[in-house]
Design a protein around this ligand. Structure first.
Ligand code: CP
Length: 322
């Protein structure tokens, strides 16, 4: 693996999932693989899970990790080619990234979208400029439009659950529903885009997306999925329900409606096949998901967040082996 920016960097999802589940059982089997190597974790936005799970993963491989909160601790970076730097940015990425590429064997970067200009966000300029100038493998810790480490984790978590109920899934695919949920402010589409992209590439599930009218995602990621605006209908017979808010894609970055009726509750769980409930976290309790769901027996969210370590360890080890 040369880089990890999207599912397109993965040659075989099932092989990668098996490696991750093996790392979960034998965390230190490759504890010398990263000896003498260093990863730089660069954050332009906050993180709890991504930052810490990637550091734990690097430590399991014997690799040093250094975190740099670029937004708070570094010079303000310019990303536009040919920019006349008379504004707030102090240093161009074409100067900074090659230096970071000398300090580190692998660079990992978290950025967020502006949610103001769709073309700019979907051009993925920040991560693409790092890839162009760093000269070392780059891992996305979430970009403007995708969150591949999260989606890989999500499939690990689903596969783990299916393995524990092997008889049930011996002769049928699981039904997996991605449902929009309310939120108080505009959020990126990246978790939903990425989950859809990985689900479609994986191809081992009946994949359904449900959201209110006007919350369509980009068909670049959703094509192949069943899409409906009727959440109750979508939830019928679901084995897994992935709950996530996103802002509008077409009239970009807006919150049109926040109907609390879209919140996943125990009452709605009754429509499903006793579905397991997933969310990438952080979650707004009793806005996106009810306490009763999050604290109940059907919630996979804590296990899911724990699996972030094994996803990051697998990606790092494949990059180190390359
Ligand atoms: N799910 C996720 O990426 O969490 P963090 O924002 O805390 O890293």
């Amino acid at each position: 693996m040369k880089q990890f920016i999207s599912v397109n960097d993965v040659s075989n999802i099932n092989d990668l999932v098996k490696q991750a589940i093996n790392y979960k059982q034998h965390a230190l089997i490759d504890q010398t693989l990263g000896k003498g190597k260093r990863i730089g974790l660069l954050f332009l936005n906050p993180s709890l899970r991504t930052r810490l799970s990637t550091q734990v993963a690097a430590a399991n491989l014997g690799m040093e990790s250094i975190v740099f909160n670029v937004d708070k601790e570094g010079w303000a970076l310019e990303f536009e080619e040919g920019a006349i730097m008379s504004g707030n940015s102090v240093e161009h990425v074409k100067d900074a990234a090659p230096i970071l590429g000398q300090y580190f064997d692998v660079l990992a970067l978290r950025t967020f979208p502006s949610l103001k200009n769709r073309e700019d966000d979907y051009s993925e300029m920040y991560i693409n400029q790092f890839i162009k100038y760093a000269g070392v493998p780059v891992i996305s810790l979430e970009s403007a439009t995708l969150h591949p480490l999260q989606s890989f984790t999500d499939i690990i978590t689903i596969q783990e659950e299916m393995n524990s109920r092997a008889d049930e899934f011996a002769n049928r695919k699981p039904t997996i529903v991605l449902t929009w949920a309310p939120h108080i402010k505009p959020l990126p589409q990246c978790v939903a885009n990425s989950f859809a992209q990985w689900m479609n590439a994986w191809g081992e599930a009946e994949f359904v997306i449900t959201h209110p009218v006007d919350y369509e995602l980009s068909t670049d990621f959703t094509k192949g999925a069943i899409i409906t605006n009727n959440q109750d209908e979508a939830l019928k017979n679901a084995d897994f329900v992935y709950v996530k808010n996103w802002s509008t894609y077409t009239d970009y970055g807006k919150v049109y409606e926040n109907d609390p009726a879209w919140m996943m509750t125990n009452e709605k769980l009754q429509y499903t096949n006793n579905a397991k409930i997933m969310h990438c976290l952080p979650v707004r309790r009793n806005i996106e998901l009810s306490d009763e769901i999050l604290d109940g027996p059907n919630s996979l969210v804590t296990k899911q967040a724990g699996n972030r370590v094994w996803a990051a360890q697998t990606v790092l080890s494949n990059i180190l082996k390359k």
